[in-house]
Design a protein around this ligand. Structure first.
Ligand code: ATP
Length: 314
């Protein structure tokens, strides 16, 4: 349903996307993952015809997003990162307006409007001005606007960002109710959400695809992760860990002289004991070593190494 080949997007000299390729099958739900600024929104804007790539192609349902933009837009529902709504309109007026823009015939509009109102749970604020809606309610109106014309493909940019836990559950339920019949591409920073909704992930880092496949394969590829708890001087411990070849580490928690590190060997093997021996050799007391298979979060951290660590230490 979606075919992306060698997409490159330049903003001046800056390469926001660099040779990005992936496919999404009919009826699949794909999570586009990546740290802030990785290029997810840029990819989505190209897929929905809001931006043109400098190089490469993207097709939706066989139509090129640049050459056949109108055909693509007809088949796509898009929920952008910041839901663009007209604050001075009421919900029913806005959706009526969106239905007209979508070219829905006058005779089918009332039926579609009551359908989205029902599916998205808009009934209790159907005639409220959009300016008076909560963030979750706005998100549901945005979702209603995206599905109004019953598109084959839904593109959702961080659909649950900033929502409270109840609203998150509601929006996820909405997404799930569509995935049986639709192809969905969604971006999110909530990895738990990815595991709840998707099997297929594409990870983008600094504009490049660094992983593409199903979640279980991704996790297995990342082997084992160990958590090592040590007592002593943190800087000494970090210097010791930096000296160990073929592995990366991340300070998960630190209080006083008590530190917990997440460590992972580059080849995915279990490196917990090796780390413990090294830290003991430096005079630190190692109180706990646990090893687990990599989680999606571990895989993400390892694939986007640098950004997450920088953020965590910022
Ligand atoms: P986030 O998770 O923070 O939403 P993202 O993965 O969606 O990030 P993009 O919005 O696609 O990232 O941005 C990719 C890169 O392109 C970023 O470095 C961003 O600063 C840059 N960028 C985006 N839009 C523009 C623009 N109009 N002009 C210049 N640079 C831009």
């Amino acid at each position: 349903m979606i075919e992306v080949r060698g997409l490159t997007k330049l903003y001046g000299d800056f390469r926001a996307l660099d040779d990005v390729s992936f496919d999404v099958g009919d009826g699949q739900i794909l999570a586009l993952l990546g740290p802030n600024g990785a290029g997810k929104t840029t990819t989505m804007k190209i897929l929905t015809g809001f931006l043109s790539p400098n190089y490469g192609t993207a097709r939706v349902a066989g139509f090129d997003v640049v050459q056949k933009s109108a055909e693509v837009r007809r088949r796509i529902g898009y929920l952008p990162e910041r839901t663009p709504l007209y604050d001075d309109m009421q919900v029913n007026e806005f959706l009526g307006f969106a239905a007209k823009l979508r070219g829905l015939r006058r005779s089918v509009r009332p039926g579609r409007l009551s359908w989205v109102s029902e599916v998205c749970g808009l009934g209790s604020f159907w005639k409220k001005p959009i300016a008076h809606l909560s963030r979750g309610q706005r998100q549901r109106v945005g979702f209603a606007q995206a599905i109004l014309h019953d598109p084959e493909v839904l593109i959702l940019d961080e659909p649950t960002a900033g929502l409270d836990p109840n609203q998150i559950v509601e929006v996820r339920r909405l997404i799930r109710s569509f995935t049986e019949r639709k192809t969905v591409v969604l971006s999110t920073h909530i990895l738990q959400e990815v595991e709840a909704l998707c099997r297929h992930v594409v990870v983008i880092h600094r504009g490049r695809v660094v992983a593409d496949g199903d979640i279980d394969t991704l996790r297995k590829k990342h082997g084992y992760v160990s958590h090592v708890t040590a007592e002593g001087d943190r800087l000494e411990a970090e210097r010791g860990l930096q000296d160990l070849d073929g592995m990366s580490f991340f300070l998960e928690a630190s209080t006083g002289t008590h530190h917990r590190f997440r460590v992972r060997a580059d080849n995915g093997s279990d490196c917990g004991e090796r780390v413990a021996v090294a830290l003991r050799g430096l005079g630190l007391e190692v109180s706990e070593v646990t090893t687990t298979t990599a989680s999606l979060e571990d895989a993400f951290r390892s694939l986007t190494h640098g950004s997450v660590e920088e953020v965590a230490h910022a």
